[in-house]
Design a binder for this molecule. Structure first.
Ligand SMILES: [Zn+2]
Length: 510
């Protein structure tokens, strides 16, 4: 049954001219949008649209802004869902604060049950050395406790957890990892984290489903209508999202990536191409060109890190990305490569030059995740590519960038330069690394200011309208969605309502 609805609001249609060149961040105002059967029918004046559908139900949001629906272009969606019920330690300032929160959690958790959580940073806690198991034992001796740092390169465990993992003073360091011994056992680095992680019981299918549902409703409550989820999760995560979709309970539109190691599975299952109208869709294949800044594993050109710790590491080789990237494109899947360091970006851009003709022929956009630290001479190679950035991580990284990469500071999180060189910006959070917050991306992009007032490359600032574009139309272009990211006839009726751009937001999907 047709059920037209007339939304009254300050409508920002964005790139209203159908022939507007992309990327295009201008917004054009209107005062109403007419929708029916999940699609926008028309945008214009109230009088004009009321005349067209006199029986339409009126949704009066005249005091609010109506924009295309927000997309978080980089999440680990189900993993984020799990963190919502875990012990969140984002922003804790001391060991005592961790102890206070852990004690509260232990009091309402059955003895013997694991307490998991994390998202703390040692630097934010004022620690110069490593924490120990004893700090956690003091408030939680009866539950095994495993707390991951925000970048997931460090795990802080209590004695009960170490015992279950069989870790004692005589345990040798595993390959590529370190069991910290001073001031006592309790901190595990890199591959040593797995020693504890592997003894934590696997969540059940029902728990995966609950985590998927929790993430879905959390993002919608924050104003998002869609997301791109970036693999690096167990296979049950995607299965849970597909199950929600099958039941008609998935609120977000989800574009999902496979790890490149699963390409053969993708070929066998016939994955790739656009989804059949459902909300879940396989779209990309994920590669990692390097590591991360905090652990000095981001791959840098010489001279590398200013503290003398080298030039980082290459993870998936350029040859591998070229060969499997070609195979991904042939299957209709977009190659997506994590590249943080300037060298990683150079190498991926070179590979993408070679993949470009095939991508163009398939109508797919090659994509780089993070593109965090760049050389000026590489910028022109971004033309037409997707640059998927997470500006909300810049404030937390500001001090580190200033200290480790003073020679690259001017082209760190270089949104303005990327836009000027014709890259398509797609903004996200990398949740659960930081919370999925469009507001934080607005703030960081507009002010360029990190903790302690430290500004990073202020010339790279964007306008709020440009940030909106990078959170709506940019991600839609990345996913090949012609019916999302703007408000015009025929698009999905998926909007975000704001008190002001970058302010409070809520999703409106009709
Ligand atoms: Zn990620």
């Amino acid at each position: 049954m047709p059920h037209p609805r007339l939304i009254l609001a300050q409508v920002l249609t964005q790139a209203a001219a159908p022939d507007a060149p992309e990327p295009h961040a201008e917004s054009v105002g209107a005062e109403a949008a007419l929708v029916d059967a999940g699609r926008v029918l028309a945008v214009g004046s109230r009088t004009e649209l009321s005349a067209r559908a006199p029986g339409a139900e009126v949704l009066d949001h005249r005091d609010l802004l109506l924009t295309p629906g927000l997309c978080d272009a980089h999440t680990h969606l189900v993993t984020y869902g799990f963190t919502l019920s875990q012990l969140g330690l984002h922003g804790v300032r001391s060991v005592a604060e961790v102890q206070r929160r852990l004690a509260e959690r232990a009091a309402c958790t059955a003895p013997g049950q694991w307490i998991q959580g994390g998202s703390f940073l040692l630097s934010e806690m004022g620690l110069s050395g490593y924490p120990s198991a004893a700090d956690l034992d003091a408030v939680s001796p009866h539950h095994p406790v495993a707390l991951f740092s925000r970048d997931l390169h460090l795990l802080w465990a209590n004695s009960r957890a170490l015992e279950l993992a069989g870790i004692h003073a005589g345990t040798p360091d595993p390959q590529g990892g370190q069991i910290v011994r001073t001031p006592g056992l309790g901190t595990l680095l890199e591959n040593a984290c797995a020693l504890v992680a592997r003894v934590i019981p696997e969540p059940s299918d029902a728990e995966f489903l609950a985590a998927a549902r929790a993430a879905d409703s959390d993002l919608r409550a924050r104003g998002f209508v869609s997301t791109h989820t970036m693999a690096f999760e167990p296979p049950q995560a995607a299965l849970a999202l597909q199950e929600l979709d099958r039941r008609g309970e998935l609120g977000l539109r989800v574009w999902a990536c496979l790890p490149h190691t699963e390409l053969d599975t993708a070929a066998r299952l016939g994955l790739g191409g656009s989804g059949g109208g459902s909300r879940f869709q396989w779209g990309g294949v994920k590669f990692f060109s390097d590591g991360a800044l905090g652990s000095r594993t981001a791959w840098m050109h010489a001279p590398g890190y200013a503290d003398g710790s080298g030039t980082g590491i290459s993870v998936d080789s350029p040859e591998l990305i070229l060969e499997r990237g070609r195979r991904a494109l042939e299957l209709g899947l977009v190659p997506i490569t994590h590249a943080i360091g300037d060298r990683a970006n150079t190498e991926v851009l070179k590979v993408y030059q070679q993949l470009r003709p095939l991508a163009d022929a398939r109508g797919l956009r090659l994509r780089i995740e993070h593109a965090q630290h760049l050389r000026a001479e590489d910028l022109p190679l971004f033309r037409g590519l997707i640059a998927s950035l997470q500006p909300s991580q810049m404030p937390g990284d500001a001090a580190l960038i200033h200290e480790l990469l003073p020679h690259r500071e001017d082209l760190s999180f270089a949104s303005r330069s990327l836009l000027n060189h014709g890259a398509v910006l797609a903004f996200g959070s990398d949740a659960p690394v930081v919370p999925p917050s469009a507001q934080e991306n607005f703030r960081a992009s507009v002010t360029r200011t990190g903790e302690g007032g430290l500004q990073i490359a202020p010339g790279e600032a964007l306008t709020p309208e440009e940030v909106l574009w990078a959170h709506t139309r940019g991600p839609a272009i990345a996913a090949g969605w012609s019916d999302e990211g703007w408000i015009r006839p025929g698009v999905r009726a998926a909007f975000t309502l704001w008190d002001r751009l970058g302010g409070e937001a809520k999703a409106l999907v009709l």
